[in-house]
Design a binder for this molecule. Structure first.
Ligand SMILES: Nc1ncnc2c1ncn2[C@@H]1O[C@H](COP(=O)(O)OP(=O)(O)OP(=O)(O)O)[C@@H](O)[C@H]1O
Ligand SMILES: [Mg+2]
Length: 361
């Protein structure tokens, strides 16, 4: 048996404004029941990509397929209302003059009783059935969001496109609604493409993250892989603070105050950047002017002095000015660790947690 085609597939989508490609050969696939997050900074082309899939914007190049069927290229085009695609956008608006039930049944066809049953089922699922005869102005922002979700799901879309749909909600409510939404979408077996510029949201929601920058997808994979095998320095920095040290390569190795690092494939004389997240620096105490002994896992320790220590709730952030060149490195430590300013500490780079990238240009 042939494997099922992706529920949604886009191939080489391009959209230009004023000669500039704001979406530049973007390709991706989403299987039924899967959530892919398009993650990237403001202006990188996320919403434009979504609008082309929804059919409200025409691409200049590329194709869109649903269940293996072409729905849009530069010649042929299935109109938006026949694409079986549900939309939830940030500025979603319920119809103010329609009741909750009428809002949810808006896109539904068929006999009245069947529509009413579907509306009740969905409102039950999103926990809003008691508001069925209420009106939007009587609902809080979170409640309106739930109704909007029910409305988007009512026609059983095969694909759900979501553009920062949770950004208007406060944090706590957002986590709850996000989790509920995800559960419902999985039950419906829809393919979900969710746009966000927040890494936490992407990590929380996505089966797969497509990291986008300046119109292109620079990396795509499971959240774990994106976080732990980033393609470049910016990809590391998108998810957390970073520390960077530089070194020059000789014989595929570079010498630094933290010992030697491997730089396979990098030619002699080239510079590399060694990037590490604050939680992966190892901190050790000063023992009469000496630090810990070098190890294979953590390399050589380098000495510095505390310039600032702050308690952040679940962790403490310590900034340390390094003796070797006066630069400041950031380390986070679980729980409370607030060493006095000026206290000498030794830092080590965990070799399994740092990334070595050739410096471009
Ligand atoms: N109709 C248009 N005409 C001209 N330029 C446009 C048009 N639509 C979008 N752009 C430009 O294309 C780029 C990408 O816009 P897009 O809305 O896709 O970004 P985004 O990734 O969704 O950003 P954000 O996170 O801020 O929502 C931006 O520089 C934007 O100004
Ligand atoms: Mg946008």
């Amino acid at each position: 048996m042939e494997p099922a085609p992706p529920r949604l597939e886009i191939r080489n989508l391009v959209r230009r404004f004023g000669g500039q490609a704001v979406v530049d050969h973007v390709s991706l696939r989403v299987m039924p029941g899967q959530v892919t997050c398009l993650l990237g900074p403001s202006g990188c082309g996320k919403s434009t990509t979504l609008r082309m899939i929804a059919g409200v914007e025409m691409q200049d190049e590329g194709e869109i397929y649903v269940d293996g069927q072409l729905i849009c290229d530069t010649v042929f085009r299935v109109p938006p209302e026949r694409r079986a695609i549900g939309l939830m956008f940030q500025d979603f608006a319920l119809f103010p003059h329609l009741s909750v039930a009428e809002n949810v049944s808006f896109g539904l066809k068929g006999p009245k009783e069947a529509r009413r049953a579907r509306v009740e089922e969905l409102l039950e699922r999103v926990g809003m059935v008691r508001f069925i005869d209420g009106y939007p102005h009587e609902l809080s922002g979170g409640e309106q969001q739930r109704v909007a979700l029910a409305r988007a799901l009512a026609p059983r879309p095969r694909i759900m496109l979501m553009d920062e749909p949770f950004s208007g909600l406060d944090n706590r409510l957002r986590d709850d609604i996000r989790d509920q939404t995800l559960e419902i979408l999985k039950q419906e077996d829809a393919a979900v493409l969710l746009v966000t510029h927040e890494p936490d949201e992407a990590m929380r929601m996505a089966d797969e993250i497509a990291l986008m920058r300046a119109g292109r997808i620079v990396q795509q994979g499971a959240p774990y892989n994106i976080y732990n095998a980033p393609v470049d320095r910016q990809a590391v920095a998108f998810f957390s603070d970073i520390n960077v040290i530089r070194g020059e390569v000789q014989g595929a190795l570079t010498n630094t105050p933290f010992g030697q690092f491997l730089a396979p494939g990098v030619p002699d004389g080239h510079e590399v950047e060694i990037v590490i997240r604050p939680q992966h620096l190892k901190i050790d105490f000063d023992r009469g002017g000496k630090g810990p002994l070098p190890t294979v896992q953590d390399g050589v320790a380098a000495r510095g002095e505390v310039v600032r220590a702050r308690f952040m709730g679940s962790e403490s952030l310590v900034e340390i000015r390094m003796d070797y060149d006066g630069s400041v490195l950031k380390a986070t430590v679980p729980n409370v660790f607030l060493p006095a300013v000026g206290k000498p500490l030794w830092l080590m780079f965990r070799r399994d947690r740092c990334f070595v990238f050739p410096v471009k240009g």
